[in-house]
Design a protein around this ligand. Structure first.
Ligand code: MN
Length: 186
């Protein structure tokens, strides 16, 4: 990382960590590992992280919590939103297509932290499920973007006072039911 920082004094470096595939052993498999490296470089202010949802899930981690952790450090400079079926190869599924609540949680933590106001990027790392006709070959991108924007609308419609009350009462069951009911359009 120091060699890259020295190569061009104007660039910033973002580490996008991934736990296993395609390599056998990864030396810095998670966002936390890379964050700890950031602070030891020659110019920590120019080193941050990019979190891809599926990569966190591949570690058994919750991408929203990973994002919250990196936001706390002021180091979440980009995200690659997508989805993932469990602990297997990196699937790059449409954002929210596997677990809508998990996708919502990511959008919520980004919105609550005014993500993008500092020039941060929201990216989509998705791919088509299988070989398709040209006419539908890019639908995975359009639909991931649409689901992301729809979830931003859901966040804007939330009753913040109700969420505050549930949180302060530590009533997480009703909080979860409230979120699920909003996601079901109730
Ligand atoms: Mn990616």
């Amino acid at each position: 990382v120091d060699a890259m920082l020295a190569y061009d004094p104007n660039i910033r470096i973002l580490g996008e960590m991934k736990p296993n595939e395609p390599m056998d052993q990864a030396y810095a498999p998670t966002t936390g590992h890379f964050l700890s490296l950031c602070y030891k470089t020659s110019d920590p202010d120019r080193v941050g992280v990019l979190i891809e949802s599926a990569h966190a899930i591949l570690c058994g981690l919750d991408p929203a919590i990973e994002m919250g952790f990196a936001l706390y450090h002021g180091k979440l400079w980009s995200v690659h939103l997508n989805d993932q079926n469990g602990l297997k190869f990196d699937e790059d599924r449409i954002f929210g297509a596997v677990n809508l609540k998990r996708a919502f949680d990511q959008v919520l933590v980004l919105c609550e932290n005014d993500y993008g106001a500092g020039g941060e990027f929201v990216g989509l790392d998705v791919k088509a499920l299988r070989t398709q006709e040209d006419s539908v070959a890019t639908r995975h991108l359009e639909l991931s973007r649409r689901i992301f924007l729809d979830l931003v609308d859901v966040v804007k419609r939330l009753d913040e006072e109700k969420i505050r009350e549930y949180r302060s009462a530590r009533n997480y069951e009703d909080l979860e039911y409230y979120i699920i009911s909003v996601l079901m359009g109730k």
